[in-house]
Design a protein around this ligand. Structure first.
Ligand SMILES: [Zn+2]
Length: 60
């Protein structure tokens, strides 16, 4: 199964469970943060972290 398809299925299942997945906007970066049932403040913190590629520790 292609990785992307597997990712989509995984994300769909996560949504059904009430989870959310944040992805780095950088094309080659594989950083993802998945969360579920956290406070809005925590969600906001994780959203910022996911979007800030300089904090992901990759050279891509
Ligand atoms: Zn990144």
């Amino acid at each position: 199964m292609p990785d992307r398809l597997r990712d989509r299925i995984s994300d769909a299942l996560a949504l059904l469970n009430g989870a959310r997945t944040l992805r780095c906007p950088f094309p080659t970066c594989t950083v993802r943060i998945r969360y579920r049932a956290i406070t809005p403040a925590e969600a906001e913190r994780l959203t910022v972290l996911a979007a800030d590629h300089t904090r992901h520790g990759t050279k891509h």
